[in-house]
Write a protein that binds this ligand. Structure first.
Ligand code: CA
Length: 220
């Protein structure tokens, strides 16, 4: 899952980015409201963690502006614990949830998982697909109830394809979701992960749509 983190506090931003990266998230970190808005208008993220007090444009202004322009990406705002106004204004401006500073990263992860569920229209925390079960909280995948050994990037790719079952995802979308801006990647990286997932979970699980990308069929 590719997350945009917008936070101008170096220490806090660093802590969130490192923690989330260890959890297998791809985190792109920006430090002012202006560039964050540009990024949100031009790139695809699975969710945004948005501080409100930011240089150049406040988080609230960014939020109002992107919602007005039709960006539907789920947003969690970071608010000060005491400020009821921030929470209310933020939610009314289009935020989906908030976390009050100081917070435990575990709470942020749980809120992100809840947002992903809602965005995908699921109420059930586990994703079931035929004989496959994926658990976003423990980052585990089971085939016929047996736990499969899977790398963080393979996990992210499978999660993304399952959440979008029935839709073709392009190599670029998948690669952005796995790597964000930070990493210089091999253009074959997505293919390699797909190859490994097929070996582990069955050759016909992921379809190649020639010239477009990859898809997991919707189960009817
Ligand atoms: Ca700030």
């Amino acid at each position: 899952m590719r997350i945009l983190l917008v936070e101008d506090d170096e220490l806090l931003g660093d802590g969130i980015k490192n923690g989330m990266t260890q959890q297998g998230y791809t985190v792109d970190w920006l430090k002012d409201g202006h560039v964050a808005e540009l990024a949100l208008l031009t790139e695809t993220f699975d969710a945004v963690i948005l501080d409100l007090g930011l240089p150049k444009r406040s988080g609230l202004e960014v939020l109002k502006s992107i919602r007005m322009k039709g960006v539907a990406t789920p947003v969690i705002i970071l608010t000060a614990r005491e400020s009821l106004d921030d929470k209310v204004l933020g939610l009314d401006a289009g935020a989906d949830d908030y976390v009050a500073k100081p917070f435990d990263l575990k709470e942020l992860y749980a809120r992100l998982r809840a947002l992903q569920r809602r965005a995908a229209g699921r109420a059930e925390p586990l994703i079931h697909y035929g004989k496959i079960t994926l658990d976003p909280a423990s980052h585990s995948v089971f085939l016929d109830s047996k736990r499969i050994n899977i790398s963080p990037r393979e996990f992210t790719l499978l999660y993304k394809l399952l959440e979008n079952a029935g839709r073709v995802l392009s190599r670029e979308q998948l690669s952005q979701s796995l790597y964000g801006w930070d990493t210089e990647i091999d253009s074959n990286a997505v293919e390699v992960h797909v190859h490994n997932l097929r070996k582990k979970l069955g050759e016909d699980l992921i379809q190649t749509i020639r010239g477009v990308g990859y898809m997991i069929d919707r189960i009817v």
